[in-house]
Every structure is written in structure tokens, then in C-alpha cells.
Design a protein around this ligand. Sequence first.
Ligand code: NAD
Length: 284
Amino acid sequence: MTAQILNGERIALGIRKTVKQQLKQRARRDMRVPSLAVVLVGEDPASALYVRLKQRDCRLVGIDCHVYHLPASAREVEVRKLVERINADPKVDGILVQLPLPPHINDLNVLNEIEPRKDVDGVTPQNMGMLSLRHPAHRSCTPKGVMTLLEHTGVQLLGAHAVVIGASNHVGRPMGLELLLVGSTVTTAHKFTTNTQEISREADVLVAATGKAGLIQADWVKPGAVVIDVGIEQQPDGSLKGDVDFDAVVNIASWITPVPGGVGPMTRVSLLQNLMDSVNRAPA
Ligand code: NAD
């Protein structure tokens, strides 16, 4: 079997076109241009790259994006005060705090400061809580993007065994909750799981989110499984590798995402979708 490729670039392009149409309709009705505020603290090159890509995505569809860049030495209270100030700005529809924050800053304290209605990254305790209570509001962008990819496969998720490898706050955990929400039977594996390969082989839907390049080999995958690779690891030559050994697993799976060009573009376009939801819910 050779898997069908889930092309995140192409699917994201289609969604961006829809968002662009919505923005044109707003413009025709003289409604204001939506606005995203991004808070970036420090000089981490990967974070700076992700922020530039988000700015570009906004520019492509016609959303204003303002980046507030604080030095790595910024104190937690300064970051929290900035978020508070942006919360109060009626012209800002969405706020994204680029993670990770420098180690002296408590992520949770900062994220907790974001007004949940403007939390277009879906990372506040309020929005995570709503997802776990089966009333999702703003959904965390990477798991949301994965769910959109899964919809494109047409594969039945109700009753399917979904295995998520990785249990982080912003990827693995909300991913499991999203899959539960659509009626899958979910198993989560993480670095302390002793039989991850065995569990992985049971999956009808396998989502790998560890950041360990090439962890998922052909003998980790059940024939015909849908394999979603969230992982990104930069190699010494600058190329990007996922958690899945693509060349081997493509012969086993029914569907597979490439890295790059699979989950990454879907994460970014989910942010635009969340922003439009926020705009549409904003007081007129
Ligand atoms: P993280 O480091 O916070 O979490 C990694 C998780 O993987 C942990 O729960 C850990 O227990 C688990 N893990 C590590 N080694 C393991 C192993 N050998 N077996 C089983 N579990 C193992 O990382 P994260 O923020 O969740 O991100 C995971 C990966 O996804 C990273 O490569 C990150 O760059 C990538 N990522 C991609 C996107 C995207 O849009 N494509 C978005 C977010 C994160």
C-alpha cells in the first residue's frame, strides 16, 4: 500500500481563500480590518521565524498584525501588563503570546492574563477547560489543524482507536481531547510510557507529537492507519524532519502528512480561522 498524502499547504490555501472572501465582504460593508497582536519576548530564532510566518499569513489575507517585541530580560510583570493593555484595546481581535517564554517567566501566569475571547491560540486555562468540558470555544491551533486534516481523509473517527504520542499542554493533551470529542477511543503515550511501540501499532489514527525525528518506524504502524506527523526537528543542514520515518511509513499507512507541508500550515491557518471567529463575536 502507498499512502495518500495529506497536503497541508493545499488545504490551508483553500481555507485562506475563504478567510479572504470573508474579509472582502467586511470591507464592502465598511467594517474595520481585523487585527492580531503578537507578543514576542526574547530573540529565539525559531520563535522569530514563526512570528514572521504569522505576519505573512495575515498580510496575505488582509488582517492587520502588530508584533510587540520585548527583550529577553523583560520581567513577567511587564509582559502581563502588556497583555492587559492589549486586552483593553477594542481594535484588537486576537492576542497570541509566542511560546516558549524565557525561563524566568511563568507561562501560565501570562497566558492566564489573556482575555479568553481574544485567545485565538486557544491556550488559556478557560479555553482549554471549555475543550475538556466538551464546549470548545477558541481551540488550540495545532490540534484544530490536525482535526481539519483528518476531516479531509473522510476516515470514520467515531469509535476509531486514536493514539497520540506526546502529552504536552499545547499539542498532545488538547489533541487527545479533540479526538475524544469526535468519539474516538484515545490512548496517549509519552516519554514515561514503557510500551509506546506496541500501543502505536494498535492505532487506526496515529498522531505523533514528540519532536524526536524518525521515532515512528514502519513497524510502529498498523497497515492502513492514518498517520499525522506534528513533530518538527531542525537538522544540522537546516532541513526539517518529523517524528515519522516518512519514506518507510508511506508504504504502510493509508494517509500520511509530510514534514514540512503537513501540520505546520494547518496550525497557522487555524489561527486565522480563530481570529475570524473572534471578530465575528466582537461587539459591533
Ligand atoms: P514538548 O517537548 O513540550 O512535548 C513533547 C512530548 O513528547 C512530551 O509529552 C514527551 O513526554 C513526549 N515524548 C518525548 N519523547 C518521547 C518518546 N521517545 N516516546 C514517547 N513520547 C515522547 O513538545 P511540543 O510542544 O508538544 O511539540 C512536539 C513537537 O511538535 C515538536 O517537534 C514541535 O516543534 C512540534 N510542533 C509542531 C507544530 C506544527 O505546527 N507542526 C506545532 C507545535 C509543535
